[in-house]
Ligand binder design. Structure first.
Ligand SMILES: C[S@@+](CC[C@H](N)C(=O)[O-])C[C@H]1O[C@@H](n2cnc3c(N)ncnc32)[C@H](O)[C@@H]1O
Length: 401
């Protein structure tokens, strides 16, 4: 464990949980001969039963948590996503399957807004890997949309056949990634070992296995082909990550979508921007009490660890599974096209506190310097028309080809 200086200290109970998780990870490293892949470390740090960040009881979302997601900021976010879902309901069954529902805020907003539009889904299924969050989602929905709660089910496994609309907000970024280091043109896999004194963890590189090395080289070549203007060479020391699990997840879920659409919202870039030679230390980021930093070894289990999404790879995975592309663009454009400003205009001005809160949230959602441009919306579908309102004015799907 690193010292984590400058970050606020956890409570003694939280620290004890983190130490228990660190001991478990250390044991796994020992059994594996001194090294595990970073994806394995990230999986344990986030999802180890009862101890991982998403599995244990820390607050996570909101002002007293570690980070804020769009549905935590304002119900206007869910209302806009509902406009898009309602449109797809014209050609697909009225059912939603949400992955990684967090606190349940987006589910509550979607159920409420779709009901108000007269198209409440007949079924709202949630797939959530964290048992602790499932309980939290149930409490949120029971409190906010009690009349629709009976339509919500928590699934233990991915359905074999999906019909309706799939939604996942900030889920791909929470999936474990494999790290690589390109050093003087040789490919290494960056994994995790114990520090020499044995008290903590540190990055450790070893030659990549042939399949991973090929994947890294193909990814970088694909990025270079798509770079505009003069191609820049990669620097002699270049570190980044490959979201293998996110890509496999998209392909699996997409293959099971028999009729309907899939909407993914997350932060990331097309491959040419993701694997730009100047982005030479990748996109790995940790969040602890609203501070972002790059050390994944600080208090394992108490902080979120994320990586940006390679939307080119995501799009290829969905298309391999036979889905058609329905649009790609910034979150700002998507929300504006779904009527964000009209909805904001309906917030009563005489409730000054609420109005100010919503105004700040809208600004955060659409501002280029905040979530508006870094976050993207991407949609794929099977047997639905290619006329999604969320991508009506500035569809950039061409960059993902
Ligand atoms: C960053 S949070 C986002 C939560 C929520 N969607 C929001 O916008 O507030 C990531 C969520 O994805 C869940 N998750 C991660 N991997 C998952 C998977 N393979 N299937 C379902 N949920 C997953 C986590 O447990 C957590 O609820």
């Amino acid at each position: 464990m690193s010292e984590g200086n400058a970050l606020p200290a956890p409570s003694p109970q939280a620290e004890a949980l983190s130490q228990a998780l660190a001991a478990r990870i250390a044991g796994e490293i020992e059994r594996a001969g001194g090294w595990i892949g970073f994806d394995r470390y990230m999986h344990k740090a986030l999802y180890e039963p009862a101890l991982g960040y998403y599995a244990a009881g820390s607050r996570k979302f909101g002002a007293d948590g570690d980070f804020v997601t769009a549905p935590e900021l304002t119900p206007l976010f869910g209302q806009c996503v509902a406009v898009q879902c309602a449109h797809w309901f014209a050609s697909a069954p009225h059912a939603i399957l949400e992955f990684g529902a967090g606190s349940g805020a987006l589910a509550a907003q979607l159920l409420d807004a779709l009901d108000a539009l007269g198209v409440a889904p007949r079924r709202y299924d949630i797939v959530e890997v964290s048992a602790e969050l499932r309980e939290r989602q149930h409490r949120t929905l029971a409190g906010r949309v009690p009349a629709l709660l009976e339509r919500v089910r928590w699934l233990d496994a991915l359905p074999a056949r999906i019909e309706g609309v799939i939604v996942a907000n900030e889920v791909l970024d929470a999936m474990p990634v494999r790290l690589f280091r390109l050093r003087d043109d040789a490919v290494f896999e960056r994994g995790v070992a114990r520090t020499p004194g044995g008290r903590g963890f540190a990055f450790a590189d070893r030659p990549a296995d042939p399949a991973f090395a090929r994947r890294v080289r193909d990814t970088l070549a694909c990025a270079q082909e798509r770079m505009q203007g003069e191609r820049e060479a990669f620097p002699p020391d270049y570190v980044s990550e490959i979201g293998e699990q996110a890509q496999a997840w998209v392909e699996t879920v997409a293959a099971r979508l028999a009729r309907g659409a899939m909407l993914l919202i997350d932060y990331g870039f097309p491959c040419a921007e993701y694997y730009h030679p100047q982005r030479s230390s990748g996109t790995l980021q940790c969040h602890y009490r609203h501070r972002a930093h790059a050390d994944p070894f600080v208090w394992p289990g108490l902080q979120d660890i994320t990586a940006h999404v390679d939307f080119t790879a995501v799009s290829r995975a969905a298309r391999r599974a036979g889905l058609a592309s329905l649009g790609y663009g910034s979150q700002a454009r998507f929300l504006l096209d779904c009527g964000l400003l009209d909805r904001f205009a309906r917030v009563p001005r005489d409730d000054a506190r609420r109005w100010t809160r919503e105004a700040q949230a809208v600004q955060q959602l659409v501002s280029e310097s905040e979530m508006g441009e870094l976050f993207k919306a991407v949609a794929f579908g099977r047997d639905v028309p290619d006329d999604a309102p969320g991508f009506a004015t500035r569809d950039r799907r061409g960059v993902l080809a």
